[in-house]
Design a protein around this ligand. Structure first.
Ligand SMILES: Cc1cc2nc3c(=O)[nH]c(=O)nc-3n(C[C@H](O)[C@H](O)[C@H](O)COP(=O)(O)OP(=O)(O)OC[C@H]3O[C@@H](n4cnc5c(N)ncnc54)[C@H](O)[C@@H]3O)c2cc1C
Length: 513
């Protein structure tokens, strides 16, 4: 195998470090290492033609839309993404205000502005508010099971359903209203599937669910696009650090690799790319998404990962959440409308769905956020859809998606003449070969210990060369998994781990957990 040369000529015996993946975790790690004099030989190998990974802003509809990360969750002092975005002046004045930073949302999605029922009649606000308070009250209660040895049921979904079944038994209303209440609750289950990035809340483990930590602050967006953040980090790196279109095929470790241009030097790791290029290194920080790791577990590491780590990767959850943007000539919603909920009146969280996906996939859509107008002639809705229905949606053509959602909107608004959207744009995170889904969750059968297991560097045995493979990325952060700030912190954590190894006197700002 032929190896590519290191960046810094004549850097002597400085450690050679490779970062696999140019998302926010990889970029964050690279930025930190580049600022330290001990790491002049650093490269980021990115599989695709762009940096940012699941932070992906696209110019469209005369403005910018987010195909991946949308909000800074909990924008306040403890959130490094907020801090960095503020430093780079990427946020609005009101989002920087103390008042915003102190707002506690509990991590719950806000109430819908309007709730359309599938019969074409809006659901009363009173009923929606009552069901939202029941649903989110129960979600908050799940925290009681954290660290409990014995949970009443394995999953968040089963817990919610058990409690709802009990309460529904004593609802005083007529049959029709009781059915409508369950249908509204079903819509909140769909929202929670998007938040957790899962097909069903029955897959999300109850006991560790409360370990996910919500920071204070009213979620905010980037007016110029989330990718402005990763672009800024990238711009701070020396020009040749990132190598694009370099998908890594296999990380060979625990070896003794040589290269022609470094006479006498041996490296414990060799990173082999899909195009045959090989990069010897002392340390590799792997930041690829959990979905990619799951799919390539058998071939990505040579020798294979220790059993406990491979088992943790298999057990952890990684699901799909996608966005569908619809552009309209004219808005059919009120000017102050922010979130349109869609309620399928024939659904209930207490009943399983049996129809084929092609007939019912769109019922998993939670409804639409109204995007702030870029200008007066552009009106855009953003739908969210999770799970297998979302993955099925990825297999359809744009025309099919546009047609199905036009029919949905005509039905729920009761307006058969509602003009079709002008255009559609959607994400397809499950089909993306270097992502294979959206983000991680703690699945039934796994715990936060599996996250820590994944984050453990290799080899674990102190006899070999130390810190050959380090692991970062959102799925490696025990309390902030699934977020950009969890990903960034994990990148910093692994960079600091290396700095501490190579420069034990260094003053490090961590811990990052
Ligand atoms: C639809 C959606 C909405 C979201 N909304 C939010 C939100 O509102 N707020 C929030 O905080 N978070 C949100 N997230 C999650 C957030 O985007 C991620 O947690 C975060 O961006 C992950 O960063 P990362 O660096 O860990 O991984 P990634 O960004 O996925 O980076 C990994 C990189 O590795 C590269 N790669 C993969 N395989 C290889 C290989 N073999 N060789 C080389 N490179 C490889 C990939 O191309 C990618 O660039 C959302 C995600 C999605 C998909």
């Amino acid at each position: 195998m032929e190896s590519s040369e290191g960046r810094a000529e004549g850097s002597g015996r400085a450690p050679r470090v490779l970062v696999v993946g140019g998302g926010i975790a990889g970029l964050g790690a690279a930025q930190r290492l580049c600022r330290h004099p001990a790491f002049p030989q650093l490269r980021v190998l990115e599989a695709t033609a762009r940096a940012g990974g699941r932070i992906r802003s696209e110019r469209c509809f005369g403005g910018v839309v987010e195909l991946g990360a949308h909000w800074i969750h909990g924008p306040s002092q403890g959130n490094p993404v907020f801090q960095l975005a503020a430093k780079y002046q990427l946020l609005r004045e009101k989002d920087l205000s103390e008042e915003n930073q102190l707002t506690e949302t509990g991590g719950h999605v806000g109430l819908p502005s309007v709730s359309y029922g599938s019969s074409g009649v809006s659901v009363s606000r009173e009923l929606v508010v009552e069901m939202a308070s029941l649903f989110y009250g129960l979600i908050d209660q799940t925290r009681e099971f954290l660290h409990m040895a014995d949970a009443p049921v394995p999953s968040v979904g089963e817990y919610l359903k058990k409690e709802i079944r009990q309460r529904a038994a004593s609802w005083p209303e007529d049959e029709e209203t009781r059915k409508l209440k369950l249908a509204v609750l079903n819509s909140f289950f769909n929202v929670e599937c998007c938040v957790s990035g899962t097909h069903s809340m029955d897959l999300v483990a109850l006991v560790p669910f409360g370990e996910y930590t919500v920071l204070p602050g009213l979620d905010c967006t980037f007016p110029g696009g989330y990718q402005g953040l990763t672009n800024h980090i990238m711009a701070s790196l020396p020009e040749d650090v990132i190598v694009f279109n370099k998908p890594v095929k296999t990380v060979h470790w625990n070896g003794s690799f040589k290269e022609a241009s470094s006479l006498g030097e041996t490296f414990p790791v060799l990173v082999e790319c899909e195009d045959g290029a090989c990069f010897p290194a002392h340390h590799v920080i792997v930041t690829v998404p959990l979905g990619f790791l799951k799919e390539h577990l058998d071939t990505f590491f040579e020798p294979p990962l220790p059993t406990e780590k491979a088992e943790a990767i298999r057990k952890m959850g990684f699901g799909t959440n996608n966005k569908i943007f619809l552009e309209f000539e004219e808005p059919f919603w009120e000017p102050d409308c922010q979130y349109i909920q869609v309620v399928w009146e024939d659904t209930s969280p207490l009943e399983d769905v049996t129809s084929e996906l092609r007939h019912i996939w769109f019922k998993k859509l939670i409804g639409f956020l109204v995007l702030p107008s870029f200008d007066r002639s552009v009106h855009v809705l953003c739908g969210f859809i999770a799970g297998l229905e979302s993955e099925f949606m990825e297999s359809l053509s744009d025309e099919d998606v546009l047609l199905s959602l036009t029919q949905v909107l005509r039905r729920v608004t009761g307006n058969a003449q509602l003009p079709a959207p002008r255009s559609v744009l959607r994400s397809r995170w499950h089909s993306a070969p270097y992502t294979r889904g959206s983000y991680s969750y703690v699945a039934v059968g796994s715990t936060g210990d599996d996250i820590d297991q994944l984050a453990q560097p290799l080899p674990t045995d102190g006899a070999e060369a130390q810190l050959q493979i380090l692991f970062a990325g959102e799925a490696t952060h025990r309390t902030f998994y699934s977020t950009t700030h969890g990903a960034l912190l994990s990148g910093w954590r692994e960079a600091d781990r290396l700095i501490a190894l190579r420069d034990p006197q260094a003053q490090l700002p961590g811990p990052w957990l």
